[in-house]
Design a protein around this ligand. Structure first.
Ligand SMILES: [Fe+2]
Length: 510
């Protein structure tokens, strides 16, 4: 059986459990049987290092069960886990038992260390004699071994099927970088796509811990999303919709009551449902700005462009004539994260430095003809800090910016001076379109031509759904913008709509 059919069989529950995971018998904490399959939300892994990674699952007998508890009893449940070097689990290298606490919505996070670098591993869980689907993950290599990674964002559940997640999984990347809007907080039809909806959110706009837990469970019950998680470790960072549309630091954009509490609950549910390391938990805050290295080839610097920002200038929106966006004192990253980023870029020994972040760095003028209108929620709304960012990128080794949020593919040159088209390019920005948000895509060629004429540093825009597949070597980053023609029905193939190869500075000089 090849890996794909093995995973499919495991997902469908067709594989008999093998190895000690099924023969060990129930431990003391598992004596009262759960009725049904507790692994309805799949498995995931994330944040690999040279000697480990984090493994995740969350037990739910009934994903949409009341109060966000997934149909689980109010007691804790013991979960066994195994890590093997082969997909049949005949060579188990690590195993253990962890408690899925009712207070953590029966989620578990297992952090491994002491494993071999650059090695693929297989993992699975067991609870109550039921074996989870198996997942594949990897430790990071030493040296400059090439890396294949996918970049994805924005997966509104109502707007379409998750075929893009499935296609992404089929490409078997080493890593998946997910840049925000993993879920949306709106109630049913709270935000509609042109083509309508193919399925419905759980009732109500997310406001409580139970609401967010339930919404995460709904999303995680999708088999295409489960497949994408099971195929590779993810690096996840949230944007706005994991909490609320366009929130900024302590400020709700909708004047939601007790926003500090709501944000803390949204963060808590996010952690419970993501393969994040425990170090991400900071009381009621969540730290997702972090670094992950792929040997000496690449260093990912993941940013949080929500939690530490000043409120959007000029009441947010896409506007002309906002001088507040030019205020020197305003911040997007916050002072602490800014220092951390600057130190990390300056001190990086990696050949490539990949910034994983949420909103467009490139200047983007939305107004055709004279004058300009900019999106005040993006880096355009924080122009002086962007200028400092571009200066820091210019001084770092082979910087590339990876971005979500826009629901359209973009390829942009980041110029040292965004107001001077003749200034040098300091980095390229790759903006991944959405997995599902905004539904079936389209190509409005007139609008695209107009936008590119207005923004000559942008060389590609695509309004179809999709993701980015990138292959990185010492010498270049080769990028395929993948698109799907529809998501309102299942089964669309993914095609490459655009390609670009970015040579390293060393290679372009050679
Ligand atoms: Fe989005």
């Amino acid at each position: 059986m090849d890996r794909r059919s093995f995973l499919a069989a495991a997902t469908a529950g067709l594989l008999p459990g093998t190895g000690p995971l099924t023969s060990a018998g129930a431990s003391a904490g598992m004596s009262r049987a759960l009725k049904g399959d507790p692994f309805t939300l799949g498995v995931a892994s994330g944040d690999p290092s040279a000697d480990g990674f984090v493994l995740w699952t969350r037990l739910a007998l009934d994903p949409l069960g009341g109060d966000g508890r997934g149909g689980m009893p109010s007691r804790d449940v013991e979960v066994d886990w195994q890590v093997a070097t082969d997909e049949r689990f005949s060579s188990i290298v690590r195993s253990g038992t962890v408690t899925a606490r009712a207070g953590a919505a029966h989620s578990v996070h297992v952090e491994l260390d002491g494993l071999r670098p650059g090695t693929p591993y297989h993992y699975r869980f067991r609870a109550q004699g039921r074996v989870s689907p198996a997942g594949r993950t990897t430790t990071t290599p030493e040296g400059e071994r090439p890396l294949a990674f996918a970049v994805a964002a924005c997966a509104h559940y109502e707007h379409g099927f998750y075929t893009a997640y499935r296609r992404l999984a089929e490409e078997e990347p080493d890593l998946v970088v997910f840049l925000g809007d993993y879920l949306y907080e709106y109630g049913p039809s709270g935000y509609t796509a042109l083509a309508g909806r193919v399925r419905s959110h759980t009732p109500g706009k997310c406001a409580t811990l139970a609401d967010y837990r339930l919404r995460h469970a709904q999303y995680k019950s999708d088999p295409d999303l489960q497949r994408a998680h099971a195929t590779a470790p993810w690096l996840v960072a949230f944007d706005d919709h994991e909490v609320e549309n366009n929130w900024a630091g302590p400020v709700s954009s909708t004047a939601a009551p007790a926003f500090d509490r709501r944000r803390a609950d949204a963060f808590r549910a996010y952690y419970e449902n993501m393969p994040l390391r425990r170090a991400s938990l900071r009381g009621t805050a969540l730290q997702v700005n972090r670094r992950v290295s792929w040997g000496t080839l690449a260093r990912f610097h993941l940013l949080d462009t929500r939690q530490f920002r000043d409120d959007q200038a000029c009441l947010d929106g896409v506007r002309a004539g906002c001088d507040e966006r030019l205020d020197e004192g305003r911040t997007l990253l916050g002072a602490g994260q800014w220092r951390w980023l600057e130190d990390g870029l300056r001190g990086s020994a990696a050949r490539w430095n990949l910034l994983g972040q949420q909103i467009m760095v490139a200047h983007r003028d939305y107004k055709a003809g004279p004058g300009r209108e900019v999106n005040l929620d993006s880096w355009d709304g924080y122009a002086p800090e962007r200028a400092r960012l571009l200066g820091t990128l210019a001084a770092s080794s082979n910087p590339v910016v990876l971005t979500g949020d826009a629901h359209m593919h973009h390829l942009a040159d980041l110029k040292a001076d965004t107001d001077d088209p003749d200034s040098p390019v300091v980095a390229r920005e790759l903006v991944a379109s959405s997995i599902a948000s905004d539904g079936d895509g389209y190509r409005d060629r007139t609008w695209i031509a107009e936008s590119m004429a207005e923004n000559p540093h942008i060389s590609y825009i695509d309004q179809r759904r999709g993701y980015i597949m990138a292959r990185l070597t010492r010498d270049d980053l080769s990028v395929a913008y993948r698109t799907l023609d529809y998501i309102s029905r299942r089964g669309a193939p993914a095609r490459t709509a655009h390609r670009v190869t970015i040579p390293s500075a060393e290679q372009s000089r050679a």
